[in-house]
Design a protein around this ligand. Sequence first.
Ligand code: PMP
Length: 425
Amino acid sequence: MNNASLQQRKDNAFARGQGTLTHAYIEKARNAELWDVEGKRYIDLGSGIAVVNTGHNHPKVQAAVQAQLEKFSHTCVMVTPYESAVELAEKLNDAAPGETPKKTVFVTTGAEAVENCVKIARAHTGRSGVIAFQGGFHGRTNLTMGLTGKIAPYKAGFGPFPGEIYHAPYPNEYHGVSTEDSLAALNMLFTCDIEPGRVAAIIIEPVQGEGGFYPAPPAFLQALRKLCDQHGILLIADEIQTGFARTGKMFASEYAGIEPDLMTMAKGIAGGFPIAAVVGKAEVMDSPLPGGLGGTYGGSPIGCAAALAVLDVIKEEQLCERALHVGDRIVERLRSLQTRYPQTIGNIRNLGAMIAMELVRDGDVNQPNAELTKALVGEAAKQGLILLSCGIRGNVIRFLPALTITDALISESMDLLEQTFDALM
Ligand code: PMP
């Protein structure tokens, strides 16, 4: 069995829509390292797309899951519940930013969490409109695809899209969109497209993820909070990629000191086990009727056991502090690479361990170098380094290491990145 033959079988068996970034078929994973079926070792700077913040197979998470498997694996929390789900909801309610009492609903995927935020916001406000941001990513289901602000590949050929969704420009300093520009555009939406009294919610990623790793200025998030309060609109923070210590805080909204009305949680919540949640102000969360929310697997016992262990590990191993350290180390190395390639590495930015390098031509922000980005991802994988790309222009390398990655592995991964970069230039 080798990677090439597995890729051949995959190409024959999978719809091409579910693409793969590399042809490395993984057999074993530990912390920030992977080994494929040919015994080749990789340093993983993608963490399964920001999922294993606590590293692959963290011993505590593994032990918690194994212990739960000995007891039971599924009963459905809506039929015969169990304590771990209650405990997890209590802990998530406490962890969410702000002092207002919170409640939780469990689902299975990130997209489902986003969908439920919209349902809850509509039920609470009796309004239908939702405003999202250009370049945003909220999922691939019908409603979340409508919220997602990027056509290829997420929306191409999949229309018509659900109604009453509007997009505003996301503030983006590097691309010349200021906080004021975005706020002015929102006001134009209210003037030209939908009156604020019909808007149920505004949904925003505090750091735009798939769209290119652009952090929203805290002043913008604070202004959004104010705008929402002024018009009775609910503010939804999509923290699916930014959550669980990734940015150096438990949730990125904390940097702006805002309290969202509703938040999505997924990915890093459970170290690789599929569980997701909406956490929000209790009064808002209780708007839908009993039975109006949920799902067969929402809050699965395995997911709850893993998530409780992840929360312990984040605290015990001080992963918020560690995320800042990891971010600093990687950014330091990227900046030194940038001094050698100033015309190509247009911008380096990070919030904790959510780190990005934007590649351009001739130092020009308006000439995205998507070809080099793709080549770098492909070549790095051959050299044993898993990198992810992102960005609406396809020209951003994003770094999402496990927060438990060792300093030695960070150094080795940056050496590999430099070598790969040199070879391609
Ligand atoms: N929102 C954000 C901000 C995301 O990053 C993602 C996944 N990349 C999603 C929603 C969708 O999550 P899932 O793939 O688990 O449905």
